[in-house]
Structures are given as C-alpha cells and as structure tokens.
Design a protein around this ligand. Structure first.
Ligand SMILES: [Zn+2]
Length: 178
C-alpha cells in the first residue's frame, strides 16, 4: 500500500508542511504531515487487542481517510463510505474478516461503474470534527465517544452518495449471508 506522500505524488497533489491541514483543516502547525502523525497516535489510549474497540478503530480509519481522499486511492472513498454506512446505518458489528468481503464486492462493482467518482466535499467542509479534537480526549471512553461522533459527522457530509453506498451495502449483505 502506498504512503500518503507517495499517493499525493501519484495524484499530482502538493503537500504543505505548515499551517492547518490542507484537507481537513485541523488546526495544526505542520500541515497534513502533522495531521497524519497525530492520526498514527490517535488510538494510543485504547487496548487494540480487545474486540470491543475494533469498531472504534474502523470508524477512525474511515473518518480520516474520507477527510483526506486526495492522498488515497480513487476507490477508497467507496470502501470507507460503504463501511461507515454498514456500521452507522445498519449497525453491523464489523470485524477484520468483513473488510476483504467488502473489497471483493467492490472489485465487481468497479467493473460495472468504472467512471464513477465519489468526490469529497471541499477541503475544510468534511465534518466539524478533526484529528485535533480526537487528540484532546482525556481517557478511553471519551476517545471512543468522540471517534463515533467524528464518523457520524464525516458520514453526513457525504450524504449525496448515501444512495450509491446503500446499493453496494446490499450486495455486501448478500455476499455475507450467502
Ligand atoms: Zn487533515
């Protein structure tokens, strides 16, 4: 998997080293680099070996990825937004086995929808919560709560694509129950 720096290069995006994050507008001082550094430490308060925090981890990955679409692969928005749909709207208890199933569903989907882009909202319009808020959590339960709010706020700003991902989620459900 490419790093965000390699992916930005591939997409022809110039990354800035200063000021707020150019994508999510998190009020940091070293730009997107600091945003990703904080993200890599975001779950430090949690014991990630415990299944009950898996959902929080998936929600954090989806939220951050959807706030930084320009430095991810072009089909990543489909995957992360569909997963948010399944967790938030359909109350799926996500686990590590389900992501490869969703990836397979998306592989087929891509063939029939090769021109489809889920363009992100403008920079800074991708949800009111950013990594800076996540960083301020004082304990594990506060962190879990704010990450869930983060995910909902990001999911909502992509409302224009909810119908598309609901269709992908239907196919996913068929694959899971098969
Ligand atoms: Zn950011």
């Amino acid at each position: 998997m490419k790093t965000f720096v390699e992916q930005a290069e591939k997409n022809g995006i110039k990354l800035l080293h200063s000021g707020p994050c150019q994508f999510c507008h998190a009020p940091v001082e070293a730009g997107v680099y600091k945003c990703f550094e904080l993200f890599s430490q975001a779950l430090n308060l949690l014991d990630l070996s415990k299944p009950e925090v898996y959902i929080t981890r998936f929600l954090s990955v989806d939220s951050h990825a959807l706030q930084h679409s320009e430095v991810h692969g072009r089909w990543n928005n489909h995957l992360h937004l569909t997963r948010l749909h399944l967790i938030i709207e359909r109350k799926f208890i996500w686990d590590y086995k389900k992501t490869p199933i969703l990836s397979d569903v998306l592989k087929k989907y891509k063939k029939n929808n090769s021109n489809e882009y889920l363009s992100p909202p403008s920079a800074g319009q991708r949800g009111l919560i950013t990594i800076s808020d996540i960083q301020n959590a004082k304990n594990a339960s506060e962190l879990i709560k704010i990450i869930h709010e983060w995910a909902i706020s990001v999911y909502q700003v992509y409302a224009v694509y909810h119908k598309i991902v609901a269709g992908i989620a239907d196919e996913f459900e068929e694959s899971v129950w098969k």
